[in-house]
Design a protein around this ligand. Structure first.
Ligand SMILES: Cc1cc2nc3c(=O)[nH]c(=O)nc-3n(C[C@H](O)[C@H](O)[C@H](O)COP(=O)(O)OP(=O)(O)OC[C@H]3O[C@@H](n4cnc5c(N)ncnc54)[C@H](O)[C@@H]3O)c2cc1C
Length: 113
């Protein structure tokens, strides 16, 4: 018997988590419906976000990473100046030719997408 699952509630509409959960549940053979309270997509034209390593890994497993990378905005360097810190820290894209003394945090973004 086909099991039906409703993905709804705070933090699980049609944001990032809801559709990703629906994707994996569907692959497991469930019939999934995602409910979103917003009546339509926001017409902002989009917004650049940093894709951190776990999101990159999941995107790769879902087969959408090439499409995500096609839309990369090309951020080459990010520098953080935490209040009270002696030195700035940051991250430089492996694709960038820019040199930086900044160390690359393991949880840092791997692409400016
Ligand atoms: C300004 C800003 C910048 C950010 N930049 C980054 C970034 O660069 N990189 C990064 O990784 N993260 C970033 N984040 C964090 C990222 O946006 C969140 O971690 C992510 O959106 C969480 O996804 P989600 O699907 O859990 O929740 P959401 O994106 O909040 O999606 C939840 C969805 O559920 C819907 N919903 C809520 N309640 C109900 C209900 N009762 N019934 C039906 N639908 C409902 C909402 O309308 C919404 O569409 C940023 C956040 C902000 C605010």
């Amino acid at each position: 018997m086909l099991m039906r699952i409703l993905v709804s509630g705070a933090g699980a509409g049609a944001g990032v988590a809801g559709p990703v959960l629906a994707y994996w549940l569907t692959r497991q053979g469930f019939a999934v419906t995602v409910v979103e309270r917003a009546p339509a997509l926001r017409k902002t034209g989009g917004h650049a976000v940093d894709l951190f390593r776990p999101a990159m890994n999941i995107s790769a497993k879902m087969g959408v990473l090439p499409r995500v990378e096609e839309r990369a905005t090309g951020t080459s360097r990010m520098t953080l100046h935490p209040e009270g810190a002696r030195r700035p820290s940051g991250w430089t894209s492996p694709r960038s030719s820019a040199t930086s003394p900044a160390s690359a945090p393991s949880s840092g973004p791997t692409s400016g997408c």
